[in-house]
Design a protein around this ligand. Sequence first.
Ligand code: PMV
Length: 310
Amino acid sequence: MARAFGKVILLGEHSVVYGHPAIAAALDRGVTASGTTSLADDAVDELLVAPWAVRTQPDAALDGAPSLGRAFAAVLASYASERPRVRVEAEVAIPGGSGLGCSAALGVAVVRAIDEALGETRSVDDDIARSLLWERVFHGQPSGVDNAMAAAGGLALFVKGAPLLPLLARRALHLVVGDSGEASTTKSMVDSVARQHAQVPEKTRQTFEAIAAIVRNGKLAIEGGDLRGLGQLMNMNQWLLAGLMLSTPKLEDMCGAARDAGALGAKLTGGGGGGCMIALCADAAAAERVSAAVGAVARDAFIVVAGASR
Ligand code: PMV
């Protein structure tokens, strides 16, 4: 069975697209997939995705999900053309379009399922490179943070084009993830930031520089176990993201509810414009309280523990 992780971005979404660093943590949930091959004359390459009941073929728009068919085709094109047909069944356990890296996790799981079915063994770096072909279909010019985290897991600092730098947290990070239930696409949010970058380049550049400084300090806070400092950096990152018009009233309500319930910091995570937020909590008991408070205004809230204690 092939597996890939969902992720949350702790600090640095969007500026990461422009070459600045971001820090992300893998979720313990994601996507599983398995593949089978057939040499029969009438066999076709096929992808089935549960629980959405999607069945698609490369390049096909059979099911109202043409992007999935195109992404499947993009990945398959990287394999030898003289190969058996592949049927992949995937099971998605994270919400789509919510900033948790669902499409990237699906891409990594599909790549790994194809490899397993064809008996090919590859490195994590190969999985990251191949799944980027998939991500490009959905996101245009993705930074690559989602598929790198989906393949590698853990807690890491990411810079576009560079290998992931795993981080060791001195204290475990108790995070509450709240899903606003507001649909949004990463591509539309990335496009919106690109328009601002074109229209007001100096202001946008300064915002990215400020976020990059927040990320650099966040790395030190994680490594030094300074959870209070990390929480403040998350709040600052949220204000800057809101200044790029990526937040929504609902996300602000959820972040406010988290802070009122004792969270050390809260921000949107991923593309924004809806989707999910995260809140950092001092310990497991605080995370329970914050999760209840966020859950009261969100569609869903759950707790994730990232990083290792030592
Ligand atoms: O919304 P998600 O889970 O796809 O996260 C996207 C992160 C961005 O920085 C907004 C885009 C990117 O390619 O890094």
